[in-house]
Design a protein around this ligand. Sequence first.
Ligand SMILES: [Zn+2]
Length: 79
Amino acid sequence: MFIDFTATLVKCDCCGKYYDAVLGVELWFRSKQEATEAVKDDGWEEIDGKLYCASCYEYNEDTDEYEVKNDRNRETVIN
Ligand SMILES: [Zn+2]
């Protein structure tokens, strides 16, 4: 038989990369909460409700906050 189910993938809000901890295989989770906790444990960060991979955010010592390094989506809109 076939059983349909709902899965959650995580995609970086900046570069569009999918969370793939294992050799390019996209990992899915059972819920947004589970996904958020898992990717945060693996170096991703949630900023203003969006998720960013380790390449796309940096820690700002002056403000003591994480900031998006380079929002490529925003640049695309401007250009
Ligand atoms: Zn990214």
